[in-house]
Every structure is written in structure tokens, then in C-alpha cells.
Write a protein that binds this ligand. Structure first.
Ligand code: C2E
Ligand code: MG
Ligand code: MG
Length: 721
């Protein structure tokens, strides 16, 4: 048979179909009776199948009702012909259909076939046909007959599935990270079903197919196996639907690679875990990054030494003995480093610290931790050697001091020589690990206190002093809270007339047993703890209260008991805390006392503080009407060079100078020179600690205006009752 008679062939690009040569008069195929046809229709309707016959000789189609609606030709008012049907076929399916039709027509081969049509309304349908030859009474093939079903729903679901399968495959195979699928059940449990090339490369292979079929265990290093097994078991038993974790893989060459793995379990459809899909990222870079972060977190950025965190972790273990055990700690700082830093700038200071760090590291054995805590404060954590014996801490400390004694070259080309103080604390000294830092710090403090450039070891004496300090702190806090502090006044006398010109307020505290607390110690503790700010303001307030009371008494006709001017001592720490002048102003305003009745005594060290704050505070106080003076002159830097920066009204010569008067001509000359210099700066001179008439006479002859000391009066409480 000529292929061109097939109507679908008309859709082929070859040539238009024509029906020349078809004998219209040839025998009709078996005709179906109308009853038969109705029954058949009903049976077919039940199955959703539509039936049809096509006589190729006439082009006639004989269709069941169902076939019309399948084709979307319900509204066709006449019997359809092949020319109604043929254009509906999707062009892409024409060729395959034509070949099958041809085979059925020529060889009588039946076939089953899925194809697509587009209905006149434009809807795409998937149809499945079972087709066989239509024969005439003589048994000759005259056309085709068949049954057709609309399988659009089934087909589109299947296609969607195929699409998602294809997507999955693309994602899986081409993922930049390793992907692997492993069986969870049965004999093949643990075997690799599928992997991508990235996974193969992670494990040191070239292609994924080299790995498929191998088992999970074969690429799991032994250390990792127990974890791997328990994760696997949890997934296989449905206890885990997947997780994310870091693990190791054994590579082809035997090396180990770290990976970050995310797994997901896939069920068999009946809820039984069937296989697991793992997504694996090479974790080496991330781990390196983490290690680097960890290193940075433990490193002092400036010097590259360990930082405080390392010292804390070294000490965060209970004391042990034996090799490597922490046996003690050295704490060191550079004497007068601050001076270099302030005078030469931070860059020079930093360069110096870097050199100090290098020398320290070089001076002690590698097993000891050398750390910078901050500023110029360094720590060495001492560890026992191989033999477990503790090192001789003092000799290590001496080595450190010696190493730092060599001159340092500054970037400017200058050379500086520094001295170092070292505090030593040992584990055996009754210190627990946490105490080591504190004890070494106290020992260092002591080393500086007794004159710097030395090594001091924490001992029973320091411990007792420290405990006393702790007690004073508790006492001071309680006193501030409960108003237990008192003020005593010591008169200041005019040397020419012997008249009281003023007084100095000195703070007093008594312990619970009534014994006085040494004021010097109290102030040290107050400064160390920062409580001095509150203390100084309390004294200001208390003096203001006394002055106000006295003024009231005077108004009531009594003679005054308070001197015109009262000096209060103000610590450098109090000034540094900021806002002192306005806080003092507020306290005075509250009490209704004028500022001109106050003198403020500052020490040289607080004036030397390298901040504009001190200057501003002094200026503010003076502007308020307060007289500001310099206390304890001669104990600090004893330099008058900075004096012009401050509008100071008086200078107090320290009692150590006063008490040496008359012992040598030299000491007398020093005091006389100080008096002259102070006068040259328009300051009144006050001598402290005058105990004898000889001292008073000498001072008077030098031109010193005021004096204070036991000769004239001891500090005493004021009774205004
Ligand atoms: P300062 O300001 O130099 O006070 C003078 C100290 O010398 C007082 O000691 C006083 O009692 C003592 N003194 C006075 N005359 C004589 C004398 O003739 N011979 C001897 N040997 N000593 C004499 P105090 O009261 O123990 O005070 C010690 C230091 O404590 C004071 O030295 C002052 O710097 C500080 N201080 C006292 N009260 C306060 C306060 O309220 N705030 C602050 N920040 N410091 C205070
Ligand atoms: Mg004073
Ligand atoms: Mg003084």
C-alpha cells in the first residue's frame, strides 16, 4: 500500500496525501448492526474507551460517541471523516503514527501507541490507542480499527516525574559539592548507589563510577567508624531523618579529609528508610579558618605573644605535679614605660613593647607561656620540666630582668635603658591557680613600691598586708554606706602672727573594735578600688556641713569655731573620674556654703597626668573661687616646670624636708630655694609637719608664710554642739 494514502502522512513534509486509486466500489468491511453497536457503545462507555473504524478506501470514519468527545469534535453535525481527524494530530507525533499505521495496513500488525492531539478548542490531550487492521469479508485489509483512551492525566504525571528525575540528576551530578547516595537496608546497606564527580574528587578518585558499589566503611577512617555506624543505624531504623555534622573520610591515598556533611533520608514510599543522600563540603578551608580565628583569639596582636585568654586557660586547671605542670607565675612591667609612651608617642611605645616581647620570649624556655596582658604588663606562666621538678622562679625572674636591662634601640635611632620590676607567685605558696595572678600582681606592686628595678616574691608578709587591705576595703565600703567616716581638722597657722589662718580636713575611720585605721592605708585602698571618688566628695560635703553649722551659730551670736579657709585633699583618681569641679560646686550649693572657704590640695602626680582634664578641673575650681594648691611638694618629680600651666595659689612643702631642717646646711638651702621658687610663681608657701620651734623659726626666716604641724595643733574632731 502506498504510504501516501495515510491521512497523517499529509502532515509529513513529503507531499500531500491523495486518495487516487482507491476503489470506492470495493467490498465494504463487516458492517455492525445497530443493536450490536449500541451494546458495544455502552460497554465501552464503562471503561472510558472509545472505539473507531477507518476505511482507507473511502476515508470514512466510524466513531463511537466517546471518540467524538475524545477528539473534541462533539459539535460536528455530520459523520467525521479522516480529514476532520488528521489535522488534530500533534505534528511531532505524525511520523511515528504514520509508520505504525502503514505496518498495520500492509502487514496487519496490531499496535499500541500513545500520541498527542490538539482539540479544535486548543487543548493538548494524550491518547493511547490499541489498533489493528480492519478487514473486509474476504479478509483483505481495508483500513484500521481500534480503541482509544484519554491518558492525559497519567501521562502528565509521568512526565512531571521524569522532569523532576532529570532535574535531580542534573543537580546531583553537577553539584559543585560532593553528593553521594547510600543504601540503608538489606545486604547492600552501606553501599554507594550513586555519587557525583565532586564526591569522587573529595575522596581522591577521578570519576564517580570508580566508587559506585564500594562501601561506606571502606572510606571511613577507623577513628570515625563508631560515629559513622551510630549515625547510619539511627537513619536505617528511622530514628533520624538526617543531620549535619563534621566528619572525616579516608582518601584513596590513605590521607584523611575533613568534610561538612548534611544528610537526608529517602523512604521507599511506604515509610521505610531506603537510602540516604549526603551532601559533603570539603571542610579543610573552614577548619583552617577556624584554627586561624582560634589562634588570633589567643594572640596578642601587637607582640604576637599569647594573650590573657591563654593565661586564663593555663590557670583554669587544678594544680598538678609532674612534667608540664604549672608551678608559678611571673608578672612584670617596665619601670616608667608610661613616661616613654607619653613623651615619645604610642608608635615608639609599641615598637619598644615588641622588642621587650622578643627578649622575654628568648629569655625563658619554650615550655613556659609568655603573654602580654595589656599595656606594658607581661606574664610568664612557669611549667615544670621533663623531670617534673619546679623551675627556680627567682632565677628565671633574674634572667628576665637581665634580658631587659640591655639598651633598646628606638625607631628614632635613640637608645633607651629600661629597668623592670617582677612579681613572683608560686603554686606552693598556698595560692590556688586563680590566686597566682593576683599574688604576682601584689608582689609586682610591692617591687615598685620599694623602689622598682627588682624581683619580689609573694610571701606571708605580703599575704598579711593584702588581707589587711581587703579588710580595709570592706570597712571602707561599709563606712561610706553607713556614714561612719569622720573628719578631723588640723590648724594652719600664720608664722608671723601665730594666728590660725585655716585648717586641713583629714579623713578618719575607726574599725569595728574602735581602733583607728591608718589614713595612708585607707587612701591607698580607696584609690585602688576607686572608692576614693566617693570618699573625697563625702569629705567636701562633711566640711561644708560643718561650715554651714558654724555660720548658723555665728548668726545666733556665738564666736566662730571654724577657720575661714578649710583645705580638702583630692586624689588624682578623683580628678580622673571627671566632673569633680561641678560635683563639688553642687555639694557646696546644697549646703549653702561659698566655694571661697575651700582650698583643694592636689599632689604632683595628679597634676602630671597627661590629660587636659586636670588643667580644666583646676581652672574650673579656681573660677568657682576655690583656692587650689600643691600638696607634698618634694616627694614627686619636684619640678617647677609644669607649675605655670596651673593657676595654683599655694604650695605645701612636704614634712620630710621640714623635718630635716637644721640637720645640714644643704637641707636648709633646699627648703629656702623651694620657698623662693614658689614666691616667684606667686604662691603662698605652707610648711607641713612642723614639730619644733626651731623648725618654725627657720621657716619664718626663709619667708614661709604658713605652717601646719603638731607644734601648733594635731588633727582633731570639731565639736560644734
Ligand atoms: P597630707 O595631705 O600630707 O596630710 C598631712 C599628714 O601629715 C596627715 O596625715 C597629718 O596627720 C600628718 N601630720 C600633720 N602634722 C604632723 C606633724 O607635725 N608630724 C607628723 N609626723 N605628721 C603630721 P594623715 O592624716 O595620716 O593623712 C595622710 C594622708 O592621707 C594625707 O597627707 C593625705 O594625702 C591623705 N588624706 C587624708 N585625708 C584625705 C582625704 O579626705 N582625701 C584624700 N584624697 N586624701 C586624704
Ligand atoms: Mg594634704
Ligand atoms: Mg602633705
Amino acid at each position: 500500500m502506498d504510504l501516501s494514502v495515510l491521512p497523517h502522512a499529509s502532515a509529513l513534509p513529503r507531499q500531500a496525501a491523495h486518495q487516487d486509486g482507491v476503489d470506492e466500489s470495493s467490498q465494504a468491511p463487516d458492517a455492525m448492526g445497530s443493536t450490536d453497536r449500541r451494546r458495544l457503545e455502552e460497554a465501552y462507555a464503562l471503561t472510558g474507551l472509545a472505539w473507531w473504524e477507518w476505511d482507507v478506501r473511502t476515508g470514512r470514519l466510524s466513531w463511537s460517541e466517546g471518540m467524538r468527545s475524545l477528539a473534541g469534535l462533539e459539535h460536528l453535525e455530520r459523520e467525521p471523516t479522516i480529514h476532520d481527524w488528521a489535522p488534530l494530530l500533534e505534528p511531532a507525533d505524525v511520523a511515528a503514527t504514520t509508520v505504525l499505521e502503514h505496518q498495520a495496513l500492509t502487514a496487519g500488525t496490531p499496535y499500541r501507541h500513545v500520541f498527542r492531539i490538539r482539540t479544535p478548542a486548543g487543548e493538548l490531550r494524550y491518547l493511547e490507542s490499541w489498533t489493528g487492521p480492519l478487514r473486509d469479508a474476504a479478509g483483505d485489509i481495508v483500513g484500521l480499527r481500534g480503541a482509544t483512551l484519554d491518558v492525559s492525566d497519567r501521562e502528565s504525571a509521568q512526565r512531571a516525574h521524569q522532569t523532576s528525575e532529570a532535574h535531580f540528576q542534573v543537580v546531583f551530578d553537577h553539584a559543585p559539592h560532593g553528593m553521594a547516595m547510600v543504601w540503608l537496608q538489606g545486604e547492600r546497606a552501606g553501599d554507594l548507589i550513586r555519587a557525583n564527580d565532586a564526591f569522587a574528587r573529595l575522596l581522591g578518585w577521578e570519576r564517580a563510577d570508580e566508587l559506585v558499589g564500594t562501601s561506606l566503611a571502606s572510606w571511613t577512617p577507623s577513628a570515625e567508624r563508631p560515629f559513622s555506624r551510630s549515625r547510619f543505624q539511627a537513619m536505617a531504623e528511622g530514628r533520624s531523618r538526617g543531620s549535619a555534622y563534621s566528619r572525616q573520610y579516608l582518601r584513596r591515598d590513605g590521607s584523611v579529609v575533613h568534610a561538612w556533611v548534611t544528610t537526608a533520608v529517602i523512604d521507599d514510599g511506604a515509610g521505610v528508610p531506603e537510602f540516604v543522600v549526603a551532601h559533603c563540603i570539603d571542610d579543610t578551608g573552614r577548619r583552617q579558618h577556624l584554627r586561624e580565628l582560634e589562634r588570633l583569639a589567643r594572640t596578642d596582636a601587637l607582640t604576637g605573644l599569647a594573650n590573657r585568654a591563654v593565661v586564663d586557660s593555663d590557670l583554669a586547671v587544678p594544680p598538678t605535679v609532674g612534667p608540664g605542670a604549672v608551678t608559678g607565675l611571673l608578672m612584670t612591667d617596665l619601670d616608667r614605660f608610661k613616661l616613654i609612651n607619653d613623651s615619645q608617642g604610642h608608635l615608639v611605645g609599641d615598637a619598644l613593647l615588641v622588642q621587650v616581647a622578643q627578649r622575654l620570649r628568648g629569655a625563658v624556655a619554650p615550655r613556659h607561656t609568655v603573654a602580654r596582658l595589656g599595656g606594658d604588663e607581661f606574664v610568664v606562666v612557669l611549667r615544670a620540666g621533663e623531670d617534673g621538678a619546679p623551675v627556680d622562679a627567682t632565677s628565671v625572674a633574674e634572667t628576665v630582668v637581665a634580658a631587659l636591662r640591655e639598651p633598646f634601640d628606638l625607631p628614632s635611632g635613640d637608645r633607651v635603658v629600661l629597668t623592670t620590676s617582677v612579681g613572683v607567685a608560686l603554686v606552693g605558696d598556698g595560692a590556688d591557680m586563680q590566686d597566682l595572678l593576683k599574688h604576682a600582681d601584689l608582689a609586682l606592686y610591692e617591687a615598685k613600691d620599694v623602689g622598682r628595678n627588682r624581683v619580689v616574691r609573694f610571701d606571708a608578709h605580703l599575704r598579711a598586708r593584702n588581707e589587711a587591705r581587703v579588710r580595709s576595703e570592706v570597712l571602707l565600703r561599709t563606712a561610706l554606706r553607713e556614714g561612719l567616716l569622720r573628719v578631723e581638722l588640723q590648724p594652719m597657722v600664720a608664722l608671723c602672727t601665730g594666728e590660725v589662718a585655716g585648717a586641713e580636713a583629714l579623713v578618719r575611720l575607726h574599725g569595728p573594735d574602735g581602733s583607728p585605721v591608718h589614713t595612708g592605708d585607707l587612701i591607698t585602698v580607696a584609690e585602688e578600688t576607686g572608692l576614693v571618688v566617693a570618699l573625697d566628695l563625702w569629705v567636701v560635703g562633711e566640711v561644708a556641713r560643718l561650715l554651714a553649722l558654724d555660720e548658723r551659730r555665728v548668726r545666733e551670736g556665738h564666736s566662730p569655731l571654724m577657720p575661714l579657709l578649710v583645705g580638702v585633699n583630692v586624689s588624682g583618681r578623683t580628678i580622673e573620674a571627671g566632673d569633680f569641679a561641678s560635683r563639688m560646686g553642687a555639694v557646696l550649693a546644697d549646703a549653702g556654703v561659698p566655694p571661697r572657704r575651700f582650698a583643694v590640695e592636689l599632689t604632683e602626680t595628679s597634676l602630671l597626668h597627661d590629660s587636659g582634664l586636670v588643667e580644666a578641673t583646676v581652672e574650673e575650681l579656681v573660677a568657682m573661687g576655690v583656692v587650689v594648691g600643691l600638696d607634698d611638694f618634694g616627694t614627686g618629680y619636684s619640678s617647677l616646670a609644669y607649675l605655670p600651666r596651673f593657676p595654683l595659689g599655694f604650695l605645701k612643702i612636704d614634712m620630710s624636708f621640714v623635718q630635716r631642717l637644721g640637720t645640714s646646711r644643704r637641707s636648709d638651702a633646699v627648703v629656702a630655694a623651694v620657698v623662693d621658687l614658689a614666691h616667684a610663681h606667686d604662691m603662698t608657701v605652707v610648711a607641713e609637719g612642723v614639730e619644733t620651734t626651731e623648725q618654725a623659726d627657720a621657716l619664718r626666716s626663709m619667708g614661709c608664710e604658713l605652717a601646719q604641724g603638731w607644734l601648733f595643733g594635731r588633727p582633731a574632731p570639731v565639736d560644734l554642739a
